[in-house]
Design a protein around this ligand. Structure first.
Ligand code: SF4
Length: 293
């Protein structure tokens, strides 16, 4: 036997070495206009028998596994009892298991009762990846995120209160030229208020399949940012980001124009110098053909 993944399969860059089990397929929302990840899949939940078979196989083949990522787009949408069954079983099968994580939408977190989040955390779900995308409500509506900034803050704070390690993602360039200031001002405010453990910045990259949908839903002319303007957004974001506790920052996704990393606010000035250098030497940026979402 082998694990036959249902493609396309996505995971955050930091889960590159994790064992992946697809406990759901696709995304239960699947409407964000910038996201082409699961458009070819209809959301479904895999049966316990299928999941168990894969866990049993992986436990025999890779018994030393330390990290597990539960795919696809929002595994937290599963019923709490089923998720607990999966979590408890993985911890009995992988003796060295240290971390189980998954993607979660703000609404998945808000829909779970406090007691559910507590039980899931106790069963070993330790880390959640939440797509914030932007803190600006006009843009959240234009990109049909299905969330408002207050709900995003509330959901992330709820996850943190229950002891989850939280990784948030935002998207540079999401508002184009028209909304660049509002996008970064509100995003910096929202992620400062959340103060996640990790903050990841992606860069908008519209794949052909969703280009027209994005433009239609945007509902006004959209002018994409050039590389220098993306660097300026990043500079503004870092400059306005004031979390109460240090946050590990990364912009090392396939969509990014360069690979950035550091701890904020401590490494602010190091990152500013790098951004200044890149503005002067754009030839150091990742070639456009290597960028994707
Ligand atoms: S961004 Fe996340 S919530 Fe939105 S469609 Fe893509 S996977 Fe689903």
């Amino acid at each position: 036997m082998e694990i036959l993944y249902n493609h396309p399969l996505y995971r955050p860059p930091s889960e590159a070495n994790s064992m992946i089990f697809q406990v759901t397929l696709g995304c239960s929302f699947n409407k964000c206009s910038f996201c082409n990840m699961y458009r070819t899949k209809e959301y479904s939940e895999r049966s316990w028998e299928e999941i168990k078979k894969e866990i049993d196989f992986a436990a025999k083949t890779y018994p030393e596994t330390q990290r597990i990522f539960l795919a696809d787009g929002d595994a937290l949408n599963l019923a709490t009892d089923k998720l607990i069954q999966i979590l408890e079983y993985t911890y009995t099968k992988f003796m060295n298991l240290k971390r189980v994580s998954c993607y979660a939408m703000p609404k998945n977190i808000l829909q779970k009762k406090d007691d559910d989040l507590y039980k899931l955390r106790a069963a070993g779900l330790s880390m959640l990846y939440v797509g914030v995308e932007t803190g600006n409500d006009i843009l959240l509506k234009k990109v049909t995120k299905g969330a408002r900034s207050t709900g995003i803050i509330e959901s992330c704070q709820k996850a943190k209160r229950h002891g989850y390690v939280l990784s948030c993602m935002i998207i540079l360039g999401l508002g184009g030229k028209t909304y660049t200031n509002e996008h970064i001002r509100d995003t910096a405010r929202v992620v400062s208020e959340i103060a996640p453990d990790y903050l990841g910045a992606l860069t908008l990259y519209l794949e052909d399949e969703i280009y027209n949908e994005f433009m239609t839903k945007f509902d006004e002319p959209f002018t994409p940012l050039d590389d220098i303007a993306v660097l300026e957004e990043l500079e503004m974001l870092i400059s306005n980001f004031n979390p109460v506790t240090p946050v590990i920052f990364r912009a090392n996704h396939a969509s990014n124009i360069y690979s950035f990393g550091g701890t904020l606010p401590n490494d602010k000035h190091k990152l500013f110098s790098l951004i200044r250098e890149l503005k002067l030497h754009p030839e150091m940026l990742k070639p456009k053909v290597l960028r994707r979402f």
